[in-house]
Design a protein around this ligand. Structure first.
Ligand code: MN
Length: 478
């Protein structure tokens, strides 16, 4: 007995609003199915999110029909469960059924809608549970399995579209390993999580999505040269019953898809044109390596899918850039030029700019007493002499309830304090007595110092802030 497990095709997703990406999701699923037909399994299990949208466009439906017809012609049954993208809410379920029901009525798939089906010729049982939020996911698993009558000699498969314990922390809709382990299953087919993920000691296999719906999906084990993600995966499972005991082997198949290049670049160049050149060199280096790699490793694939070469040369690129460029240079820096020069499909640059401003390192801030922080800030702001003033401000607010935010009146008072000085009393600064007017003058000079670049250069530490250039309209969440 042999079957294929694939998941999360997300057909119809025009990522970055690009038609090329819409086609990428289609192409990845076509490659997958072509390979499946070559392997000629007894059946296929798809663990949900065949569509990206619960109301797929006619184009996305045509993609699905085209792909599923290939399998139908080859006589390979296709079992599918409901992903969160396929049909999100009960409201949509209520209005005349989902796209999955449509595919099922067209006899292109068999929709396993929270039930167990028995493939008696193969001695296989498939329990399929769609996506559920919260604890409902686990309850549905228990419910469906306890209502099923599965002969003990059958190969028992559970198909799920939910997170599994160990994938993401603190997600309420997580199915626990303990529950899965207690069910005595031969193969747990997982969807929803887009990165390949295996716990073979408890028979859990997650092939990941067939294309990347977000940059998070690039974090696979099989990235090339530490920076290029270019595969998706599916599993081929062969199982034999040897004197009452099932023995199985699981093979991973990789599908070449649109390359995604992720780079961390620390640049010490100070001009926009130098930084640009560095980035172009880095990207080109990876592209050349990738091209060479494909020529040797995937010669057959390149012959079979000639158009893939165009895709290979047009990656999606994301760069985390640390730079010393000053603001003025930053304004001259145009990532879109790089995208155009290299003819990339999409370039995103996230810039960590070094800035000449005072700061308290965030990693130590929690261990510093507030008074110490204020003292350091005072010194950075222009001199120890304003420290007594700031101290006074703190004292004033020291008795405030810590468990709530300041109310409007308190905020006004606080702002008033800083703007007008503490009171009409005189203050001792460096042994000198100052009245309110002098204090204000002192504060004014201090703030002048802050905006004076020469003075700023003497500051010992730099602030690191994150600025996203060309931030994408893309919703990075699955
Ligand atoms: Mn998905």
């Amino acid at each position: 007995m042999k079957f294929i497990h694939t998941s999360d095709w997300h057909l119809g997703y025009a990522q970055y609003n690009l038609e090329a990406r819409f086609n990428d999701f289609f192409r990845a699923a076509v490659y997958t199915v072509d390979k499946i037909i070559e392997l000629n399994p007894d059946f296929v299990i798809h663990t949900g999110d065949i569509f990206h949208h619960s109301k797929p466009t006619p184009g996305a439906i045509r993609h699905a029909v085209f792909i599923l017809q290939k399998l139908k012609k080859a006589g390979i049954p296709f079992y599918l469960i409901r992903g969160n993208h396929d049909a999100k809410t009960s409201r949509e379920l209520a209005y005349g059924g989902t796209s999955l029901k449509l595919l099922s009525e067209l006899k292109l798939i068999e929709y396993i809608d929270d039930k167990t089906i028995l493939l008696d010729e193969l001695n296989v049982a498939i329990a399929g549970i769609g996506h559920y939020f919260g604890t409902l996911a686990e309850r549905k698993v228990k419910e469906v399995l306890s209502n099923s009558k599965i002969p003990s000699n059958y190969f028992k498969i559970l198909a799920l579209h939910n997170f599994i314990q160990g994938q993401l922390d603190k997600v309420s809709e997580t199915v626990s390993i303990g529950l899965i382990d207690s069910l005595n299953l031969d193969y747990v087919a997982g969807g929803h999580y887009h990165i390949p993920w295996v716990r073979d000691n408890v028979n859990i296999w997650v092939p990941g999505s067939s294309e990347a719906t977000s940059a998070n999906d690039w974090r696979r084990d099989d990235v090339l040269f530490n920076s290029v993600s270019v595969y998706s995966s599916f599993y081929e499972i062969e199982a034999v019953n040897k004197s009452g005991k099932w023995e199985k082997t699981v093979r991973t198949h990789k599908i070449p898809i649109r390359p995604k290049i992720f780079l961390k670049v620390e640049s010490y160049a100070e001009t926009a044109s130098e930084v640009k050149k560095e980035l172009i060199d880095e990207i080109q280096e990876k592209m050349v390596k990738l091209h060479d790699y494909f020529q040797t490793e995937h010669e057959d694939f390149l012959v079979k899918y000639k158009k893939y070469k165009d895709i290979l040369h047009k990656p999606v690129v994301r760069i985390h850039l640390s730079t010393d460029m000053r603001r003025e240079e930053m304004d001259l820096f145009q990532p879109s030029d790089i995208q155009t020069d290299l003819d990339l499909l999409k370039l995103e640059i996230i810039i960590n700019q070094e800035e000449d401003e005072f700061y308290i390192p965030t990693e130590t801030i929690s261990t510093l007493h507030i008074d110490q922080i204020i003292k350091e800030l005072s010194i950075e702001m222009g001199g120890e002499e304003i420290y007594p003033l700031v101290q006074k401000v703190i004292q004033e607010f020291d008795n405030r309830p810590v468990s709530r935010d300041l109310n409007d009146e308190e905020i006004d008072r606080f702002i008033g304090f800083v703007e007008t000085g503490v009171s009409n009393e005189t203050h001792e600064i460096n042994g000198k007595s100052m009245d309110k007017a002098e204090l204000n003058k002192n504060l004014e000079e201090t703030s002048k110092d802050r905006s004076n670049p020469k003075k700023r250069e003497t500051s010992t530490q730099n602030e690191s802030s994150t600025i996203t250039i060309k931030s994408s309209l893309e919703d990075w969440l699955k």
